[in-house]
Ligand binder design. Structure first.
Ligand SMILES: C[S@@+](CC[C@H](N)C(=O)[O-])C[C@H]1O[C@@H](n2cnc3c(N)ncnc32)[C@H](O)[C@@H]1O
Length: 241
């Protein structure tokens, strides 16, 4: 029997028209003008993210962006039955993932909804992981993570062109702080796509800083929900408010 070759790279599982492309230029046969709306993420990045989360049995995890349900199944395997909630904005994808997870015998709660709101019923979580890129850290995720917990999310290229992965530790009273570790390009959260002009502006701003690596950037969320982006150390704020 032929054994399928495993490969790195995401597997696209759903597409949608690119809002930047005029309707008359769309061609569903060739895929022209369409962008990925869901995928099973690059396995190497998935493994790296699971590692960064420092998961252990019994931890309660919230995943944003269920997609196929594959990463949710890995999470459930690592933290145990009934501890994973996953939110998917697309009702059809959520339904498919629910069916796949059930067929695979993985007890994950799949909720259809906008992941920006998190999933209050189920909070507090020990870990929150997003598998779609955010422009800013949603307040709900901080509020629904217990003090000492970690939020891991890929960022849209809004300050670094490579779309860095942020690891943010939640403290008491809504304070949170963390660093960006490495590039991890993900599709954007629904409605959060960065347009070409903004991408170009960000690249030029970053080049003006001397093209610093992702790992030099950090983020502080204050108790008043100010978001401060800094470089090298929390006192060196680049912008925020
Ligand atoms: C890269 S895919 C997720 C991969 C998934 N974790 C897996 O293992 O297959 C990103 C997913 O995020 C979903 N998504 C985008 N915006 C969302 C939002 N606001 N709330 C919840 N899910 C969202 C997309 O529909 C898509 O299925």
């Amino acid at each position: 029997m032929a054994v399928p070759r495993l490969r790195d790279g995401p597997i696209v599982t759903a597409v949608e028209p690119d809002p930047r492309v005029p309707r008359d230029l769309l061609d569903s046969a060739s895929g022209r003008g369409y962008v990925s709306a869901s995928s099973s993420s690059d396995p190497r990045i998935m493994a790296r993210m699971l590692d960064l989360l420092g998961l252990g049995p019994g931890m309660r995890v919230l995943e944003i962006g269920t997609g196929t349900g594959y990463n949710a199944a890995l999470l459930a395997h690592l933290v145990g039955a009934g501890n994973v909630t996953s939110v998917e904005v697309d009702a059809g994808l959520a339904e498919n993932a629910r069916a796949s997870l059930e067929a695979a015998g993985c007890p994950v709660r799949v909720v259809t909804g906008d992941g920006v709101e998190g999933c209050p019923d189920g909070a507090p979580y020990d870990r929150v992981i997003a598998t779609a890129a955010v422009r800013a850290l949603p307040h709900a995720w901080v509020a629904q993570t217990r003090p000492g917990g970690i939020i891991l999310a890929p960022w849209a290229p809004v300050f670094h062109p490579d779309g860095p992965l942020g690891v943010v530790a939640v403290g008491a009273d809504g304070h949170a702080e963390g660093r960006f570790v490495e590039p991890a390009p993900f599709m954007p959260m629904r409605g959060q796509r960065v347009g070409p002009q903004e991408a170009q502006d960000v690249r030029e701003w970053w080049q003006g800083l001397g093209e610093p690596a992702c790992s030099r950037f950090g983020l502080t969320v204050t108790a008043e929900d100010e978001h401060l982006l800094w470089m090298d150390e929390p006192g060196r704020v680049l912008f925020g408010g």
